[in-house]
Every structure is written in C-alpha cells, then in structure tokens.
Design a protein around this ligand. Sequence first.
Ligand code: GAR
Length: 196
Amino acid sequence: MAIRVVVLASGTGSLLKALIDSQDSSFEVVALVTDNAEAGAIRHAATAGVQVAVIAPNDFADRSAWDLALADCIDFYQPDLVISAGFMRIIGDEGVNRFAGRLINTHPALLPLFPGAHAVRDALVTGVNETGSTVHFVDAGVDTGQVIVQKNVDVIAGDDEASLHERIKVVERELLVEVVKDFAGAKKYFGQKADR
Ligand code: GAR
C-alpha cells in the first residue's frame, strides 16, 4: 500500500505539485499543511483533492503554541513521511522530535553551503560557479540535518536569482520524487507498512 505523505509549504507550491503529479502506488500526498493562508500551494492541493490545513503563527499565543499545533496537525494525517517543500519557517523541537527520521526538507543549495532563507541569492552574491539542491533530514538546526541526496546545478553567466532558482527547482522536483519513492520502497522492504 502507498505510504502517507504530508507536505509542508508556504509559497507557490511547484514542488508540492510535482509530488502530487508523481503519486503512484508507492505514495500518496494526503495533506498540505501551510503557515500561509495565501500560499499558491493551496490551489494545487485543492485542485488535486488533497486536504489543506492552515496553521498560521498569528493565530497562536506564542511560538511554542504554534510548534505544538503544527505537530498535532501533521500527526492528525498519520504520515509515514513529512516533507518540508518550500516551508519557510523553522520547525520547532516538538515537530523535529515527533517526526524524527521521517521529516525531510529540500533546500536550494549544496548544504552545508548557503543554509537559510536566501540560499539562491547567497550563492549568486558569493560568485560560485555551481550550486544545487539538497534533500536532507530535518534536525534541530537550520538546514543542518543529515544529507540524503544532493545534485549540482551550474551557475550560468547572466543568471539572476529567479532564473537560477527556477533551474534548481527542476532538480529539486526530480530529487524529491526519487527520495519519496526510495523511502516508500524501504518501508515496504522492511515490512513496516504491513497494516496499510
Ligand atoms: C524551493 O526552492 C525550496 O527548496 C525552497 O523554496 C522553494 C519552494 O518552491 N525552500 C527554502 O528555501 C527553504 N529554506 P515552490 O514554492 O515553487 O515549491
């Protein structure tokens, strides 16, 4: 049976859409959880009939209340795998601990280079010849978790942040789908999904 995937996204949601479009017998995107009620990702989810939950920080008294609500919301969908795919907030200890080993993030740079929210801009400003994409497990740090897979993307003369980011996202979509299918295969192999 398919593993259950919950996607976290804050913006356009092209990575979410790629995951939705690549669903097969090995995995199902069961929900989008977003911090942003205006996220374009919501439209992709709704079009595909994927459930949507908005957990907006402003609706909570403080950071720890939001952390707990986010983790509880993700848990509600009983995910085998949680993917931060353009989720532009730090996931707190509550979520990191609860979903350890099944919480992954995609980042538009070759970590440990250029962590944080402006990875593509930082790569351009630094003047590197290549950057890329990293899929990694999420730990308590900012983009510091164990790397699962990375792929290079050349920086081309005349690139601006948008053009470079768009080429990186092409690679991110491929890597994410590959990782999800590998994860689903491993789960089946180890017999952890016998009940689904
Ligand atoms: C992706 O490049 C993702 O790696 C990045 O946001 C983009 C989302 O694209 N995430 C981060 O920078 C997190 N630090 P999308 O909205 O088109 O899916």
